[in-house]
Write a protein of this length. Structure first.
Length: 88
């Protein structure tokens, strides 16, 4: 699995525009790097993909609960375990 990107916007005093840096790091070093970047006086904004990952998880859970509700009501067809295993 690809590590989560950390986007750090740097402002250079000799320029009037912002630069963007994308860093790919391991999960082990991720939180340390984000804390380090937050403490740099020239870093103006830190964007991570944590929010989008959490949204995706919540959306998948909602979809799964909705499917379970439809299955219990008999509105959604299920596959038997034997059929499922035979497809593998």
């Amino acid at each position: 699995m690809r590590p989560a990107p950390v986007v750090v916007a740097l402002r250079f005093q000799y320029k009037l525009y912002m630069r963007q840096v994308t860093v790919y790091t391991t999960d082990k070093e991720y939180s340390h790097f984000v804390e380090l970047a937050k403490n740099l006086h020239y870093v103006k904004k830190i964007e991570t993909d944590e929010g989008s990952a959490k949204k995706a998880i919540v959306n998948n859970l909602k979809k799964g609960f909705e499917e379970m509700r439809l299955i219990k009501k008999g509105e959604l067809k299920t596959t038997s375990l034997d059929d499922f295993l035979n497809e593998l």
